[in-house]
Design a protein around this ligand. Structure first.
Ligand code: CP
Ligand code: NVA
Length: 328
């Protein structure tokens, strides 16, 4: 086994290919154990702080349930519960929490905040999503790819949509490290930062991963084994709706797009939450305001057999459990 004890997980760049492979294998073991109804004690006596500046269903619950399953104690610290960055510096909060907790999860806006926590806490800090990255999500995504296709190396993962957000960035980094071919299909305005793209291309040379950007849908999705999308407007960017809808409407994941792919076993993935129908309060407001019917994915695709989004969501728990047990 690999010794990841004491390590932070702020971006996927914190781990090597063999370490990520090890985390995925560990997650498979933990998943089998959970399915068999076996409770573990890998986190016995461990106290886990969960800091959330932004809302969350999957990430929060994955950390809480994973900690409990293995005998640990999770404590939720919402944005109005603590003084983080308001009345107390992030560095001070980090040093205090580090005296009491064995590990700290952070979800929020600035990536800098999780870096400061990681620098000052003295205990492992895990990134549960920042404006730039969402690394724990990618472990769940790679586990679902592994479960569906047997192996990761050489798979073609296509991401259609906002190519500059935390998901697009983290999928690109993870793919480059692991050896998954990754194509972002998006309008040029929404291609990733040039520097990150270049860095990932270099990483990809070691692993055999090809990283590509294109605005041409047909060309981009043809070889896809999996098509991934995310919301067009991420948390904190709500003022961007009109612009994004204009740019991204052609890039909606619909049956027409799935039919452009050559692999009959192509799967659809989404980190969730998703706008795929008009049932939610927010969707209703946006759809009415902009005269839309659907956004990043159609209801037809979301509810089809191609869609693995709920298996994917379950994997958040098993993979986050692997990260906590390995680093603690
Ligand atoms: N995918 C994901 O991170 O979901 P939550 O925002 O619900 O945690
Ligand atoms: N890009 C999305 C991901 C949510 C899990 C956001 O940051 O809101």
């Amino acid at each position: 086994a690999y010794n990841l004890k004491g390590r932070n997980f702020l971006t996927l760049k914190d781990f090597s290919k063999v370490e990520i492979d090890y985390l995925l294998t560990l997650a498979e073991d933990l998943k089998a154990k959970k399915r068999a109804g076996i409770k573990g004690d890998c986190l016995a006596g461990k106290n886990i702080a969960l800091i959330f500046e932004k809302p969350s269903t999957r990430t929060r619950c994955a950390f809480a349930v994973a900690a409990k399953d293995e005998g640990g104690m999770p404590e939720y610290l919402g944005k109005n519960d603590i003084q983080l960055g308001k009345k107390e510096t992030v560095a001070d909060t980090a040093r205090v929490l580090g005296r009491m907790f064995d590990g700290i999860e952070f979800r929020g806006y600035a990536h800098k905040t999780v870096e400061i926590l990681g620098e000052y806490a003295g205990v492992p800090v895990w990134n549960g999503l920042t404006d730039l990255y969402h690394p724990t999500q990618i472990l769940a995504d790679f586990l679902i790819l592994k479960e569906n296709f047997g192996q990761l190396e050489g798979l073609n993962l296509v991401y259609a949509g906002d190519g500059r957000n935390n998901m697009a960035n983290s999928l690109m980094i993870g793919s480059a490290i692991i050896g998954v071919n990754y194509t972002i299909v998006a309008p040029e305005e929404l291609w990733p930062e040039e520097s990150l793209f270049k860095e990932c291309r270099e990483l990809g040379q070691e692993s055999g991963s090809e990283i590509n950007l294109t605005s041409e849908i047909n060309k981009g999705v043809k070889a896809a084994d999996a098509i991934y999308t995310d919301v067009w407007v991420s948390m904190g960017e709500e003022s961007q709706f009109e612009k994004r809808i204009k740019l991204l409407t052609p890039y909606q994941v619909n049956m027409e797009m799935l039919k452009m792919t050559e692999n009959p076993d192509v799967i659809f993935l989404h980190c969730l939450p998703a706008y795929h129908n008009i049932e939610t309060e927010n969707a209703k407001k946006i759809y009415e305001k902009f005269g839309l019917e659907e956004m990043e994915v159609t209801e037809e695709v979301f509810e089809s057999n191609y869609s693995k989004v709920f298996d994917q969501a379950e994997n958040r728990m098993h993979t986050i459990k692997a990260v906590m047990t390995a680093t603690l």
